[in-house]
Design a protein around this ligand. Structure first.
Ligand code: TYD
Length: 202
């Protein structure tokens, strides 16, 4: 199974992806846990692009370059029967770069451009969790982190989350309210994944 965890900064996504990985391992699955941007040199270039506030087109191309390589790696792990959990995937590009591009073009046009770029690379996840949080609460949660990426501003994240919610309808994400405690959110994710596993076994 290819599972993606998405959400704005401060939703607890990385922690929950790890917890979900451990849950599946306990159930006997072999799990490959991964993330975007990756830790390859392409991923580092992506982070530099963010840091230097490159224009949204440059950023989108950087994220896609990193992802094009990453998709091959994900496929290899799926082929040997592992479950893959990916912390952020193409929907991050749709939501974040969509929000950035909106200053220059309409959102539908930006999304259709990004979707076309992704189409030939395309690897469709079996399940996408979208964690939502009040942007202000999310920002408070990550407040103690040393290095804050420039994006992490409330208004921007609010818009990113609105776009995520539009995508949730279009691509049928499981939307999970992450304003609650980590354990409550984890409990809901586990229920949803159990349901998915049951359906697969049918
Ligand atoms: P990430 O490493 O997930 O940040 P954090 O661990 O702090 O949540 O991602 C770095 C930033 O890159 C984050 O603000 C989201 C952004 N991003 C995009 O804008 N587009 C993308 O396609 C991806 C994968 C991330």
């Amino acid at each position: 199974m290819f599972i993606v965890v998405e959400g704005i900064d401060g939703t607890g996504k990385s922690t929950l992806a790890r917890m979900l990985g451990n849950y599946l391992r306990d159930r006997g699955c072999r799990v490959f846990l991964t993330e975007e941007p990756t830790d390859s040199w392409l991923g580092k270039a992506v982070r530099q692009g963010i840091e230097e506030e490159k224009n949204p087109f440059t950023q989108a191309f950087l994220f896609f370059a990193d992802r094009a390589e990453h998709v091959n790696l994900i496929k290899k792990h799926l082929e040997i029967g592992e479950d893959v959990i990916c912390d952020r995937y193409v929907y991050s590009t749709y939501a974040y770069q969509g929000a950035q591009l909106e200053t220059q073009m309409s959102l539908p046009r930006a999304l259709s451009w990004l979707e076309k770029l992704y189409e030939p690379i395309g690897l469709k996840p079996d399940m996408v969790f979208l964690l939502t949080v009040e942007p202000e609460r999310g920002l408070r949660r990550i407040g103690s982190r040393e290095k804050k990426e420039k994006f992490e501003r409330e208004e921007f994240l609010k818009r990113v989350q609105e776009i995520y919610l539009l995508l949730a309808k279009k691509y049928d994400f499981a939307v999970v309210d992450s304003n609650r405690s980590l354990n409550e959110v984890y409990g809901e994710i586990v229920k949803l994944i159990d349901k998915q596993l049951e359906e697969k076994e049918k």
